[in-house]
Design a protein around this ligand. Structure first.
Ligand SMILES: CC(C)(COP(=O)(O)OP(=O)(O)OC[C@H]1O[C@@H](n2cnc3c(N)ncnc32)[C@H](O)[C@@H]1OP(=O)(O)O)[C@@H](O)C(=O)NCCC(=O)NCCS
Length: 259
Protein backbone atom coordinates (compact mmCIF):
# COMPACT_ATOMS: atom_id res chain seq x y z
CA UNK A 1 0.00 0.00 0.00
CA UNK A 2 1.15 3.55 -0.57
CA UNK A 3 0.17 6.69 1.20
CA UNK A 4 0.23 10.35 0.49
CA UNK A 5 0.82 10.97 4.18
CA UNK A 6 3.44 8.63 5.52
CA UNK A 7 5.75 5.86 4.58
CA UNK A 8 7.11 3.17 6.89
CA UNK A 9 10.39 1.35 6.45
CA UNK A 10 13.06 -0.35 8.50
CA UNK A 11 15.59 2.06 9.92
CA UNK A 12 19.20 2.05 8.85
CA UNK A 13 22.26 3.61 10.43
CA UNK A 14 21.71 6.60 8.14
CA UNK A 15 18.61 7.42 10.19
CA UNK A 16 20.55 7.82 13.43
CA UNK A 17 20.59 11.63 13.58
CA UNK A 18 16.97 11.98 12.50
CA UNK A 19 15.91 9.45 15.13
CA UNK A 20 17.94 11.22 17.80
CA UNK A 21 16.24 14.48 16.83
CA UNK A 22 12.81 12.87 17.24
CA UNK A 23 13.82 11.38 20.59
CA UNK A 24 15.17 14.69 21.82
CA UNK A 25 12.05 16.62 20.82
CA UNK A 26 9.33 14.14 21.80
CA UNK A 27 10.84 12.74 24.99
CA UNK A 28 9.88 15.78 27.04
CA UNK A 29 6.24 14.74 26.54
CA UNK A 30 6.73 11.32 28.09
CA UNK A 31 7.14 11.51 31.90
CA UNK A 32 9.75 8.73 31.99
CA UNK A 33 12.31 11.11 30.50
CA UNK A 34 11.80 14.21 32.68
CA UNK A 35 11.68 11.86 35.67
CA UNK A 36 15.08 10.36 34.92
CA UNK A 37 16.65 13.49 33.37
CA UNK A 38 15.22 16.41 35.37
CA UNK A 39 18.17 18.65 34.49
CA UNK A 40 18.25 17.88 30.80
CA UNK A 41 17.44 21.49 29.87
CA UNK A 42 20.62 22.59 31.65
CA UNK A 43 22.74 20.27 29.52
CA UNK A 44 21.18 20.28 26.05
CA UNK A 45 24.25 19.11 24.18
CA UNK A 46 24.85 16.23 26.62
CA UNK A 47 21.22 15.20 26.36
CA UNK A 48 21.42 15.36 22.55
CA UNK A 49 24.44 13.07 22.71
CA UNK A 50 22.60 10.71 25.01
CA UNK A 51 19.69 10.60 22.55
CA UNK A 52 22.10 9.66 19.83
CA UNK A 53 23.65 6.97 21.98
CA UNK A 54 20.27 5.47 22.83
CA UNK A 55 19.18 5.46 19.17
CA UNK A 56 22.41 3.78 18.20
CA UNK A 57 21.67 1.07 20.76
CA UNK A 58 18.14 0.62 19.43
CA UNK A 59 19.46 0.20 15.89
CA UNK A 60 21.97 -2.37 17.05
CA UNK A 61 19.72 -4.38 19.32
CA UNK A 62 16.12 -4.17 18.14
CA UNK A 63 13.86 -3.89 15.14
CA UNK A 64 13.43 -0.21 14.44
CA UNK A 65 10.78 1.10 12.05
CA UNK A 66 10.80 4.74 10.97
CA UNK A 67 7.93 6.80 9.61
CA UNK A 68 8.65 9.40 6.96
CA UNK A 69 6.33 12.26 6.11
CA UNK A 70 6.64 15.25 3.79
CA UNK A 71 8.86 17.85 5.45
CA UNK A 72 7.07 20.91 6.80
CA UNK A 73 10.04 23.11 5.89
CA UNK A 74 11.49 21.60 2.69
CA UNK A 75 9.03 21.32 -0.16
CA UNK A 76 9.06 17.91 -1.79
CA UNK A 77 11.40 16.36 0.79
CA UNK A 78 10.50 13.50 3.10
CA UNK A 79 11.83 13.36 6.64
CA UNK A 80 11.82 10.86 9.46
CA UNK A 81 9.22 12.18 11.89
CA UNK A 82 8.62 9.18 14.11
CA UNK A 83 9.99 5.77 14.98
CA UNK A 84 9.14 2.61 16.89
CA UNK A 85 11.44 0.11 18.56
CA UNK A 86 10.14 -3.46 18.72
CA UNK A 87 11.41 -6.51 20.56
CA UNK A 88 10.29 -10.06 19.93
CA UNK A 89 11.11 -13.48 21.34
CA UNK A 90 14.67 -14.68 21.20
CA UNK A 91 13.80 -17.38 18.72
CA UNK A 92 13.50 -14.86 15.91
CA UNK A 93 16.18 -13.32 13.82
CA UNK A 94 17.04 -9.70 13.41
CA UNK A 95 16.89 -7.91 10.14
CA UNK A 96 20.16 -6.26 9.36
CA UNK A 97 18.49 -3.24 7.86
CA UNK A 98 21.68 -2.01 6.28
CA UNK A 99 22.08 -5.09 4.13
CA UNK A 100 18.53 -6.40 4.11
CA UNK A 101 19.86 -9.83 5.13
CA UNK A 102 18.67 -11.92 8.02
CA UNK A 103 21.36 -12.37 10.57
CA UNK A 104 21.59 -14.62 13.60
CA UNK A 105 21.11 -13.11 16.98
CA UNK A 106 24.17 -11.54 18.50
CA UNK A 107 25.30 -13.52 21.52
CA UNK A 108 25.14 -10.44 23.69
CA UNK A 109 23.94 -6.91 23.50
CA UNK A 110 26.34 -4.60 21.78
CA UNK A 111 28.16 -2.18 23.97
CA UNK A 112 27.10 1.43 23.98
CA UNK A 113 29.04 4.21 22.37
CA UNK A 114 30.77 4.66 25.68
CA UNK A 115 29.30 8.07 26.42
CA UNK A 116 29.10 8.48 30.19
CA UNK A 117 25.60 9.28 31.34
CA UNK A 118 26.25 12.18 33.65
CA UNK A 119 23.02 14.12 33.42
CA UNK A 120 20.58 11.49 34.65
CA UNK A 121 19.19 11.08 38.15
CA UNK A 122 21.00 7.86 38.98
CA UNK A 123 18.64 6.50 41.65
CA UNK A 124 15.61 7.12 39.48
CA UNK A 125 17.31 5.57 36.47
CA UNK A 126 18.17 2.46 38.48
CA UNK A 127 14.66 2.24 39.94
CA UNK A 128 13.12 2.66 36.51
CA UNK A 129 15.27 0.04 34.89
CA UNK A 130 14.80 -2.58 37.58
CA UNK A 131 11.04 -1.97 37.73
CA UNK A 132 10.77 -2.39 33.96
CA UNK A 133 12.73 -5.64 34.04
CA UNK A 134 10.70 -6.96 36.99
CA UNK A 135 7.29 -6.05 35.59
CA UNK A 136 8.08 -7.10 32.05
CA UNK A 137 8.82 -10.51 33.53
CA UNK A 138 5.68 -10.67 35.67
CA UNK A 139 3.15 -8.97 33.41
CA UNK A 140 4.28 -10.33 30.06
CA UNK A 141 7.05 -12.95 29.99
CA UNK A 142 5.49 -15.19 32.65
CA UNK A 143 2.12 -15.03 30.95
CA UNK A 144 3.07 -15.43 27.31
CA UNK A 145 5.34 -18.45 27.36
CA UNK A 146 5.64 -18.48 23.57
CA UNK A 147 6.81 -14.88 23.71
CA UNK A 148 5.26 -11.57 22.76
CA UNK A 149 5.98 -8.62 20.51
CA UNK A 150 6.82 -5.67 22.72
CA UNK A 151 6.66 -2.05 21.71
CA UNK A 152 9.65 -0.74 23.56
CA UNK A 153 9.77 2.84 22.27
CA UNK A 154 7.31 4.94 20.24
CA UNK A 155 8.01 8.61 19.52
CA UNK A 156 6.64 11.14 17.07
CA UNK A 157 8.16 14.60 16.67
CA UNK A 158 5.76 17.17 18.20
CA UNK A 159 5.55 19.09 14.90
CA UNK A 160 4.09 16.02 13.19
CA UNK A 161 1.81 14.55 15.84
CA UNK A 162 -1.88 13.73 15.34
CA UNK A 163 -1.30 12.87 11.70
CA UNK A 164 -1.34 9.10 12.04
CA UNK A 165 2.36 8.28 12.36
CA UNK A 166 2.11 6.78 15.85
CA UNK A 167 -0.84 4.70 14.88
CA UNK A 168 0.80 3.43 11.67
CA UNK A 169 3.96 2.43 13.54
CA UNK A 170 1.96 0.62 16.23
CA UNK A 171 -0.11 -1.19 13.63
CA UNK A 172 3.08 -2.39 11.97
CA UNK A 173 4.05 -4.33 15.08
CA UNK A 174 0.50 -5.51 15.71
CA UNK A 175 0.42 -7.04 12.24
CA UNK A 176 3.72 -8.78 12.87
CA UNK A 177 2.47 -10.10 16.23
CA UNK A 178 -0.66 -11.40 14.55
CA UNK A 179 1.31 -13.11 11.87
CA UNK A 180 3.31 -14.87 14.59
CA UNK A 181 0.18 -15.57 16.65
CA UNK A 182 1.59 -13.57 19.57
CA UNK A 183 0.30 -10.84 21.85
CA UNK A 184 1.46 -7.27 21.38
CA UNK A 185 2.61 -5.72 24.66
CA UNK A 186 3.58 -2.24 25.82
CA UNK A 187 4.25 -0.15 28.92
CA UNK A 188 2.36 3.02 28.10
CA UNK A 189 2.98 6.70 28.67
CA UNK A 190 -0.08 8.94 29.18
CA UNK A 191 -0.03 9.97 25.50
CA UNK A 192 0.61 6.43 24.33
CA UNK A 193 -2.24 5.14 26.49
CA UNK A 194 -4.77 7.11 24.44
CA UNK A 195 -3.46 5.69 21.20
CA UNK A 196 -3.19 2.07 22.38
CA UNK A 197 -6.61 2.14 24.00
CA UNK A 198 -8.09 3.36 20.77
CA UNK A 199 -6.36 0.54 18.91
CA UNK A 200 -7.97 -2.02 21.22
CA UNK A 201 -5.24 -2.71 23.78
CA UNK A 202 -6.39 -3.74 27.27
CA UNK A 203 -4.76 -2.57 30.47
CA UNK A 204 -3.76 -5.59 32.60
CA UNK A 205 -2.11 -3.75 35.49
CA UNK A 206 0.13 -0.91 36.58
CA UNK A 207 3.36 -0.50 38.44
CA UNK A 208 5.06 2.29 40.33
CA UNK A 209 8.59 3.52 39.93
CA UNK A 210 9.79 5.30 43.03
CA UNK A 211 12.87 6.05 45.07
CA UNK A 212 12.66 6.19 48.84
CA UNK A 213 12.48 9.78 50.07
CA UNK A 214 11.79 11.14 46.58
CA UNK A 215 8.51 13.02 46.12
CA UNK A 216 8.26 12.19 42.45
CA UNK A 217 7.26 8.84 41.09
CA UNK A 218 5.95 7.25 37.91
CA UNK A 219 2.90 5.08 37.45
CA UNK A 220 3.09 2.98 34.34
CA UNK A 221 0.24 0.94 32.84
CA UNK A 222 0.91 -2.42 31.16
CA UNK A 223 -1.20 -3.08 28.07
CA UNK A 224 -1.73 -6.07 25.80
CA UNK A 225 -3.47 -6.78 22.53
CA UNK A 226 -4.52 -10.30 21.60
CA UNK A 227 -3.49 -11.55 18.16
CA UNK A 228 -7.15 -12.27 17.48
CA UNK A 229 -8.51 -8.92 18.68
CA UNK A 230 -10.40 -6.77 16.23
CA UNK A 231 -8.46 -3.73 15.14
CA UNK A 232 -9.94 -0.29 15.51
CA UNK A 233 -11.00 0.85 12.05
CA UNK A 234 -12.84 4.12 12.55
CA UNK A 235 -11.39 7.50 11.78
CA UNK A 236 -8.44 6.38 9.68
CA UNK A 237 -6.48 9.20 8.17
CA UNK A 238 -5.20 7.11 5.28
CA UNK A 239 -3.24 3.94 4.86
CA UNK A 240 0.48 3.77 5.22
CA UNK A 241 3.28 2.25 3.22
CA UNK A 242 3.91 -0.87 5.27
CA UNK A 243 7.22 -2.70 5.21
CA UNK A 244 6.11 -6.20 4.33
CA UNK A 245 9.20 -7.84 2.92
CA UNK A 246 10.81 -8.34 6.30
CA UNK A 247 8.03 -10.13 8.08
CA UNK A 248 9.19 -12.39 10.85
CA UNK A 249 12.64 -10.95 11.00
CA UNK A 250 13.41 -9.69 14.43
CA UNK A 251 16.08 -9.76 17.00
CA UNK A 252 15.70 -11.43 20.31
CA UNK A 253 14.22 -10.11 23.49
CA UNK A 254 16.29 -7.49 25.15
CA UNK A 255 17.10 -7.34 28.78
CA UNK A 256 16.71 -3.58 28.62
CA UNK A 257 13.01 -3.22 28.16
CA UNK A 258 12.57 0.50 28.18
CA UNK A 259 14.42 3.59 27.07
C1 LIG B 1 2.18 8.80 21.50
C2 LIG B 1 2.63 9.39 20.15
C3 LIG B 1 3.75 8.55 19.58
C4 LIG B 1 1.43 9.36 19.19
O1 LIG B 1 1.92 9.77 17.92
P1 LIG B 1 0.96 10.49 16.85
O2 LIG B 1 1.60 10.34 15.53
O3 LIG B 1 0.62 11.85 17.29
O4 LIG B 1 -0.36 9.56 16.96
P2 LIG B 1 -1.52 9.44 15.88
O5 LIG B 1 -1.65 10.69 15.11
O6 LIG B 1 -1.29 8.19 15.10
O7 LIG B 1 -2.79 9.26 16.84
C5 LIG B 1 -3.68 8.21 16.64
C6 LIG B 1 -4.79 8.32 17.69
O8 LIG B 1 -4.26 8.21 19.01
C7 LIG B 1 -4.99 9.12 19.87
N1 LIG B 1 -4.08 10.17 20.31
C8 LIG B 1 -2.77 10.33 19.95
N2 LIG B 1 -2.24 11.41 20.58
C9 LIG B 1 -3.23 11.93 21.34
C10 LIG B 1 -3.31 13.04 22.21
N3 LIG B 1 -2.26 13.85 22.41
N4 LIG B 1 -4.49 13.30 22.80
C11 LIG B 1 -5.57 12.52 22.60
N5 LIG B 1 -5.55 11.43 21.78
C12 LIG B 1 -4.40 11.15 21.17
C13 LIG B 1 -6.08 9.72 19.03
O9 LIG B 1 -7.18 8.87 19.13
C14 LIG B 1 -5.49 9.66 17.65
O10 LIG B 1 -6.43 9.62 16.63
P3 LIG B 1 -7.06 11.02 16.09
O11 LIG B 1 -5.93 11.98 15.87
O12 LIG B 1 -7.76 10.59 14.84
O13 LIG B 1 -7.98 11.48 17.18
C15 LIG B 1 3.08 10.87 20.33
O14 LIG B 1 2.06 11.57 20.99
C16 LIG B 1 4.37 11.04 21.11
O15 LIG B 1 5.47 10.91 20.56
N6 LIG B 1 4.24 11.36 22.43
C17 LIG B 1 5.43 11.57 23.28
C18 LIG B 1 6.17 10.28 23.54
C19 LIG B 1 5.26 9.19 24.08
O16 LIG B 1 4.53 9.39 25.05
N7 LIG B 1 5.33 8.01 23.42
C20 LIG B 1 4.59 6.82 23.80
C21 LIG B 1 5.42 5.97 24.69
S1 LIG B 1 4.52 4.54 25.24
Amino acid sequence: MTSVHHHLRLATEADLLAMADVLNAASRQDPIYPYRFPDRHLYPSEFALLCRQKCSEYLASSTVVVCEMPSATQTGAMRVVAFAVWDTPASYHRVQARTGRLEPLPSQRPSSLGVPITIGHKDRMDAFKSACVEYKASFFDAKYKRGHVMLRILLCHPDYQRQGAGRALTEWGIQEARRLGLYTTVFASPMGLRLYTKLGFTEIGRFRVEVEGDEEHLEIPALVLSPTARMWEAGRKGSCGMVTGTAGAYNGASSTVCA
